[in-house]
Design a protein. Structure first.
Length: 152
């Protein structure tokens, strides 16, 4: 079934590599291109005013040409570029995860279509609680062989 393919982590990694290689190829050849991406996954620094943000559709097209193309790069599995938005040309640094790029477009023609399902992985920070440290130390000390590691 199609779900088994598009939700597969190996397939997603392959698509991510394909997107990255194609974008790097276009950078090398100085070929302008567009990306159709899931706007919910994109981030803007500084944050865009709500009046501009409200204009975006769930799938949004960014065209990388001129200054935007010149500033574009790949960082930490994201396509990053500077762009101006709205009538005021409000400047912002845009970061789009490679896997949230649904299409790469040249001259109104899709040259890559990404069907993989992008899942943002959130890192969970682990903190040691006091009981866990006590239990760990008790386990360590319960073994007589470990006494040689303790300074007296």
């Amino acid at each position: 079934m199609l779900e088994n393919v598009i939700e597969n982590s190996d397939f997603s990694l392959m698509m991510q590599r394909n997107i990255e290689e194609l974008v790097l190829h276009f950078f090398e050849k100085e070929q302008n291109f567009g990306i159709l991406c899931r706007i919910e996954d994109a981030s803007f620094e500084p944050t865009l005013p709500q009046s501009i943000n409200a204009e975006f559709r769930p799938l949004t097209l960014f065209f990388l040409a001129g200054y935007t193309f010149e500033t574009a790069r790949i960082e930490e599995d994201c396509l990053v570029f500077e762009a101006g938005f709205g009538a005021e040309n409000f400047g912002s640094l845009v970061s789009v995860p490679l896997l949230s790029i649904m299409q790469v477009i040249v001259d109104e023609t899709p040259v890559l279509i990404n069907l993989s399902t992008y899942k943002k992985i959130q890192k969970v920070e682990k903190t040691a609680d006091k009981n866990g440290v006590k239990n760990s130390m008790a386990s360590f000390l319960s073994n007589p062989e470990n006494s040689k590691f303790i300074k007296k």
